[in-house]
Write a protein that binds this ligand. Structure first.
Ligand code: ZN
Length: 526
């Protein structure tokens, strides 16, 4: 009897043991990858295991079983990409899967760039919390939006009472979870802000551990002064400062990145924490009005702009400035270098160039005729544009610089609608395909660092951006031999290729190149 009981107990024990051997230790196990951990260290062949939303193990070989095991067979396993400059609020509520980003391996988006954010930030972040979304999202607080709320679009100095309100709004933004202060000193009303006023607000963001990131005042003939200003804001404000989407616009200014990067190197050598981000394209994108109409003509808002355009003397003055801006700045010297991305007043204009519009309206595409077409567009309600006015040499120099990270400056497009800049669909995979594989301008490990650990460190995101047990499981898996962008200026609505698997907070967000039904994205706060 005893013997039989003992025998049964032994049998039961054996059954338990074999059951526990089969009980999965991990939720997801990726096998046989080339692990590029985000730090810039050389890849190693290995496995990565995930439990819940966290990386549980990473080693040359992981034997313990997982609920799901995927053999990625020689693909790169990298941290999910962090895009520090996006306009994702354009579109994220329509397309909460942000397919254009996650299919590139982007797992975190930062909003509120260029001085433009929700003010106050808290309701916007609450609305994002409620949204079932695929990527993680965080935000900066925008100086332009704050100045707009307190002073309006007018060109005047801030009073002490204005300053008190504006510093209060920056403080509130930081308490709400902003990662820092963004400025857009190129745009109205940011352009009316003296440097000292920005410094005063930057100090507040710095007190909360935030950084400053700037769309600079002038990226054309004044680019050197603008870089000096961005550096000064960091130096006087006592916080990290970043030149966002660094660029040099206008053929007469090409080559000046030799000098701008020297300014950055010199500033870093004396201890100023200045960094750069860039997108891998030689065309920029913003509104036709901001790009080709002088800021003074936009002061006070649309009604005042239209009134100035109705006054013949003022119109002549604006037209002369617009001619110069087409010739020397974002117009790239020729109206065919300006492409319309989307026009609220006439969807059929998307994809046409400013030269096309000028010819339709006046039979020719001289600089003068293009300026007339520009002012007509502004009067009709305006368009977004794509502006071909940068050089590849400058772009190469910026991308290679060790203090440069990658960011798209893109948005979440509605698939097929209008003809937006391809950067929203292609930035990260274009760097991996063109700049790493084809041109050998960057190593794979350095490119991944510029998309992961570097922006994470900039944001103070200590639990993302690197592959390490204990950190959040945001992971991008791609084939280094085929990863590429397919979006072009004329056919931008084309997804990345070569990214087979994307994991966000431990959940599979992209599999076999397709977005899944998971909505793992979280709102991130500083
Ligand atoms: Zn910008």
């Amino acid at each position: 009897m005893l013997k039989r009981l003992l025998g049964a107990a032994v049998l039961a024990g054996a059954a338990l043991a074999s059951l526990s051997a089969q009980t999965p230790r991990y939720d997801l196990l990726l096998r046989n990858g080339l692990i590029v951990d985000g730090t810039g260290s050389p890849w190693f062949r290995g496995d990565l295991a995930i439990s819940g939303d966290t990386i549980a193990a990473m080693a040359h070989r992981i034997e313990a079983p997982a609920t799901r095991t995927i053999d990625v067979a020689g693909a790169v396993i990298a941290p999910g990409f962090i895009d520090i400059h996006t306009h994702a609020r354009r579109g994220i509520f329509d397309v909460p899967t942000a397919d254009n980003y996650v299919r590139q391996g982007v797992t975190t988006l930062l909003e509120g760039p260029d001085g433009s954010s929700a003010v106050p930030l808290a309701p916007f972040l609450t609305k994002l919390e409620a949204l079932q979304k695929t990527p993680n999202i965080g935000s900066f607080i925008g100086q332009g939006s704050i100045r707009q709320a307190v002073i309006g679009e007018v060109n005047r100095a801030a009073t002490p009472a204005d300053m008190e309100r504006m510093t209060g709004l920056v403080e509130q933004g930081m308490k709400d979870g902003a990662f820092g202060l963004s400025t857009g000193l190129f745009y109205v009303p940011g352009t009316f802000t003296p440097t000292a006023e920005v410094v005063a607000l930057a100090k507040v963001a710095g007190r909360f551990g935030g950084s400053h990131v700037s769309h600079q005042r002038d990226d054309a003939s004044g680019v050197l002064d603008s870089v000096k200003e961005t550096i000064a804001i960091g130096e006087l404000g006592g916080l990290p400062t970043q030149i966002t989407h660094h660029k040099v616009i206008g053929q007469a200014n090409w080559g000046r990145t030799v000098d701008t990067l020297k300014l950055v190197d010199d500033a870093r050598a004396r201890g100023v924490d200045v960094t750069i981000d860039v997108y891998p394209y030689t065309a920029s994108s913003t509104s036709i009005g901001a790009a080709l109409v002088p800021a003074w003509a936009l002061e006070g808002g649309r009604a005042q702009t239209l009134a100035r355009l109705k006054d013949p003397a003022q119109r002549d003055k604006i037209r002369a400035a617009t001619i110069a801006m087409i010739r020397d700045e974002r117009g790239g010297g020729d109206p065919k270098n300006v492409q319309l991305a989307s026009c609220g007043f006439d969807a059929a204009l998307a994809g046409k160039t400013l030269a096309d519009v000028a010819r339709t309206r006046s039979g020719g595409a001289s600089l003068e005729q293009a300026a007339d077409a520009t002012l007509w567009i502004v009067e009709q309600g305006g368009c977004q544009g794509v502006f071909h006015a940068m050089s590849d040499d400058d772009l190469d120099r910026i991308i290679r610089h060790p203090a440069t990270m990658i960011a798209s400056d893109g948005e979440v497009p509605i698939f097929g609608r209008a003809v937006p800049h391809p950067r929203s669909y292609g930035t990260f995979v274009r760097v991996l395909g063109t700049y790493v594989r084809e041109r050998h301008l960057l190593t794979l490990e350095d490119a991944v660092r510029k998309m992961t650990a570097f922006p994470a460190a900039r944001l103070g995101l200590r639990d993302r951006g690197i592959l390490r047990p204990g950190l959040k499981a945001d992971v991008a898996v791609f084939d280094p031999a085929t990863v590429a962008d397919t979006a072009t200026y004329t056919q931008p609505h084309q997804y990345a290729v070569g990214v087979s698997l994307v994991v966000i907070n431990g959940q599979i967000a992209v599999e076999d190149g397709k977005v899944t039904t998971a909505r793992p994205g979280r709102v991130l706060r500083k």
